[in-house]
Design a protein around this ligand. Structure first.
Ligand SMILES: [Zn+2]
Length: 410
């Protein structure tokens, strides 16, 4: 008589489930189904480690640190903000992650499990969704990640904050659109018929998980929510025919905005100084800066309109503190003047006790806490210099000859 076999542990059907979903996603996204993805279980720490490695490939660390010093001069978060927010983008959604080099999905032990099919009280919402749509609640998350696999990891030319935000908004927007189509198709609704906020659906499964400061939350919201709205417009206009590239944040927000930023010419740094980072904040970066520093979203909206190009330079030299020069160009002199006014409002909000230390038409200088700032508008160009007083003294230009050196309040 044969011995009874020991009962085997139930097999995790993850690979089978992921393959079945991949076929549906390939159909929805209108691509062939070659190169099926593989999937393994991986805990959150492993997924975070992958995200950290991925973020580190996006911008060289010396440049990222220099960018942090420029953002800190502006009051846009802290010196660590650029690095932290790149990592938050890389972390993407919770529950699963894409491992680009290995070509496989890392799926949390709690994601896409058999518990979707069993009623144990807590899962009734999952079962209700499954019964109504045939879609398991974690499937849209995996669908989103599968679209990233189709997109590949192309970030060439996205070294500036403006281009990086725009590129990621387009990527995340497309991924979330496909995840949303998966749900809507199952209940027979067209995406053009409904206004949805996908990040609020499915208990927030399609919302980014990595933000830890108000600034990061706003940046990720731009990438995921505005990116979705952009992708939805593109899809409704042209289906899956190749979409025009969005190279600026302005182009994500409005089809009428400039997608190719204007070149902004700037004087060479003074002798002994070098640019350790050149960034571009873009229309949405201008909006974020004004909104985050003044708390006034309407001022930010008004003053970021008409942005045409920009250059945020971190300038440094051996043996002394560095400083920041930010040059922006606007479609008209009136839009430039509005931005110049907004700079004043930002500096007053940041340094309420600061005093003006000189002014002329279109030109101002302000000693502001531990920073000295000067700004001027020339026709459609606005330049802001800001840094510690001992640094800005080295490169802030002298006031125009008609300037009044003053110690009064602005
Ligand atoms: Zn994503």
């Amino acid at each position: 008589m044969a011995l009874a076999q020991a009962p085997e542990a139930p097999e995790d059907p993850l690979t089978r489930d992921v393959e079945a979903l991949w076929t549906r996603i390939a159909t929805l996204r209108n691509v062939d189904t070659l190169n099926r993805p593989s999937a393994v279980r991986a805990p959150e720490e492993a997924r975070r480690a992958v995200a950290e490695i991925r973020a580190a490939t996006w911008l060289d660390s010396a440049r990222l640190e220099a960018r942090g010093r420029a953002w800190s001069d502006l009051g846009l978060g802290t010196e660590r903000s650029p690095e932290r927010w790149l990592r938050a983008v890389a972390e993407d959604l919770g529950g699963a992650a894409w491992e680009p080099g290995a070509g496989r999905l890392l799926v949390d032990p709690e994601t896409l499990t058999e518990s979707d099919y069993t009623a144990d009280g807590e899962e009734t919402a999952a079962i209700a969704l499954l019964m109504a749509t045939g879609v398991r609640p974690d499937e849209p998350v995996l669908a989103h990640l599968m679209v990233h696999r189709l997109q590949g990891e192309d970030l060439e030319g996205a070294e500036t904050t403006d281009a990086f935000l725009a590129r990621h908004a387009a990527r995340e927007g497309e991924a979330t659109l496909v995840a949303t189509l998966l749900l809507l198709e199952s209940i027979g609704v067209e995406v053009g018929e409904v206004d949805l906020d996908p990040t609020a659906m499915l208990d927030g499964r399609l919302a980014p998980s990595g933000a830890s400061s108000p600034l990061e939350i706003r940046m990720l919201d731009f990438v995921h929510t505005d990116g979705y709205l952009w992708a939805r417009r593109r899809y409704l206009a042209a289906g899956w025919k190749p979409w025009p590239a969005a190279l600026t944040t302005g182009a994500i927000l409005s089809d009428a905005a400039t997608s190719v930023p204007a070149d902004v010419a700037v004087p060479a740094p003074p002798t002994g100084w070098e640019a350790t980072d050149v960034d571009r904040l873009g229309a949405w970066g201008v909006y974020l800066w004004i909104a985050a520093t003044t708390g006034k979203d309407s001022l930010a909206l008004l003053s970021s309109e008409g942005w045409e190009g920009g250059r945020l330079e971190r300038l440094e030299r051996a043996g002394g503190p560095g400083a920041t020069r930010w040059t922006t160009r606007w479609v008209t002199a009136e839009r430039a003047e509005q931005f110049r006014y907004a700079i004043e409002r930002v500096l007053v909000a940041r340094f309420p006790s600061a005093v003006s230390s000189g002014e002329a038409p279109g030109w101002r200088r302000r000693a502001a806490g531990d920073r000295l700032a000067a700004w001027e508008r020339r026709d459609r160009t606005v330049t802001l210099w800001i840094g510690p007083p001992e640094a800005t003294a080295g490169f802030v230009p002298d006031p125009p000859s008609e300037a009044v050196e003053s110690g009064g309040d602005l």
